[in-house]
Write a protein that binds this ligand. Sequence first.
Ligand code: ADP
Length: 279
Amino acid sequence: MVEEIPVKKQQNTEIRAEDFRITEEPFYLPAGNEAVLFQAAYDARLPVMLKGPTGCGKTRFVQHMSFRLGRPLITVACHEDLFVSDLVGRYILKNDETVWRDGPLTTAVRMGAICYFDEIVEARKDTTVVIHPLTDDRRTLYIDKKGEVIPAHPDFLLVISYNPGYQSVLKDMKQSTRQRFTALTFDYPAAEHEITIICKEAGVDQETADRLVRLGTRIRNIREHGLTEGASTRLLIYAARLIRQGVAGADACRAAICQPLTDDEGLQETLDDLVKDLF
Ligand code: ADP
């Protein structure tokens, strides 16, 4: 006879909201009224979609708002092998017992955290569907394996990020999902803002930051000629950090900006010309 393993439906008492709380204010330079809009969406408990290219400040904004709202932040980096059980949880074997372990989404729903799905279109379509009942009036999470419906904590908020630049049939978000969110649009910061951000994040002088921003702007302008995405603020900051470490400007730009952007040799030459012009 097969011995039955006792099932103990216990919660993860070891997971504490404090572990997900942001204790120091993350630096965020606003582009417009995004903080006001986010605050209003939060007050109305409306789910939020952050649209914009990679590396332009979406994640930093969510961190900043989580701090301002005093809510813990649970981030899920989406990828194509992300299964429903990775989000809601699964039964695991622990000391000869089968115990339930909440996934990050369930944890956020129970504790009233802000749950941030980074790059939602990367996730499998069937995985995305579990968030649907959380995004409308129901505000519930259904755990199939336990047959349990969990009402979301009153402070819970769902936030997703989405890069419209990657648009293809496979990577586009379904209308049935996207029409469940209020949307805030992000883009690369305006030049003078980006200079301030680079100076602050990388500790370089104004002149260096200014050159990097000019390079970034020029690269963004050649986007149509084969580059799928422009140079992100993140990459400009990386180049600035290399320069801060003593790397020569042109080498820093090649390593942190040009090479990560493309493998195309023709484009590399074009980018190199832009770098030589400025460094
Ligand atoms: P995304 O989530 O859009 O891919 P991030 O939020 O990770 O991008 O942004 C990349 C980096 O750019 C951040 O770590 C931060 O250093 C910087 N950054 C971009 N925009 C801002 C901003 N408005 N204020 C402060 N830092 C910013």
